[in-house]
Design a protein around this ligand. Structure first.
Ligand code: ITT
Length: 198
């Protein structure tokens, strides 16, 4: 099955392709001639995921999906949440975001946090949402160089290593995105199976 993944984030693309496997060919907006940043101005992850998938669907008319992800830190009232990409600056400055997060949690005893991914799929013109969550905590220093974004600071429950100290497969097995994408894959496979029966 070929489907557009409405993202400009190469890390996400490789994580999602690894979970979906060879049965799915992911096409990027750029490969469809869409070079600009896809707007994400919503107040929630759901709104942003939906905005991104609709933006691409309106321009291509093709089946597509988008992922919006946020890091929700308990002691910060759920921040950075939907603002995770632009926490410290206007751009996607991962290092500055991590520095600010550590600064804002200085001295905090409650370091509970979770990553939440919402996927919006538009299939045959209808929208479907899938969610994936991983619970964990924020370390007091960065560790590891795999992954991206807040991975060097996030330690999932049941582990003593950050996501950035895990292989891509280890991260996908427990991560927010891995969980959401497995739900997406099951749904797409069930639709395909139904089409083959007809
Ligand atoms: P697209 O909108 O083009 O898909 P993006 O990087 O803007 O890419 P999001 O808005 O979903 O993606 O993500 C917001 C930020 O959250 C992102 O810039 C990272 O800093 C962080 N983030 C998302 N997924 C993450 C992950 O799996 N591990 C660590 N940080 C992550």
């Amino acid at each position: 099955m070929e489907i557009i993944f409405a993202t400009n984030n190469a890390h996400k693309l490789s994580e999602v392709q690894a979970v979906l496997g060879d049965g799915f060919r992911l096409v990027t907006p750029r490969q469809c001639g869409i070079d600009e940043d896809i707007p994400e101005t919503g107040a929630t992850l759901e709104e942003n995921a939906s905005q991104k998938s609709h933006y691409i669907h309106e321009r291509t008319g093709r089946d597509c999906f988008a992922d919006d992800t946020g890091l929700e830190v308990e002691a910060l009232g759920g921040a950075p949440g939907v603002h995770s990409a632009r926490y410290a600056t206007d751009g996607h400055d991962f290092a500055a975001n991590n520095r600010l997060l550590l600064k804002n949690l200085q001295g905090a005893t409650n370091r509970r946090a979770r990553f939440r991914t919402v996927i919006s799929l538009i299939l045959d013109g209808r929208e479907h949402l899938f969610e994936g969550i991983v619970e964990g905590h924020i370390a007091d220093h960065e560790a590891g160089c795999e992954g991206f974004g807040y991975d060097p600071l996030f330690i999932p429950d049941g582990f003593d290593r950050s996501f950035a100290e895990m292989s891509p497969d280890e991260k996908n097995a427990v991560s927010h995105r891995g969980r959401a994408v497995r739900k997406l894959a099951e749904f797409l496979k069930s639709i395909e199976a139904g089409r083959n029966v007809k």
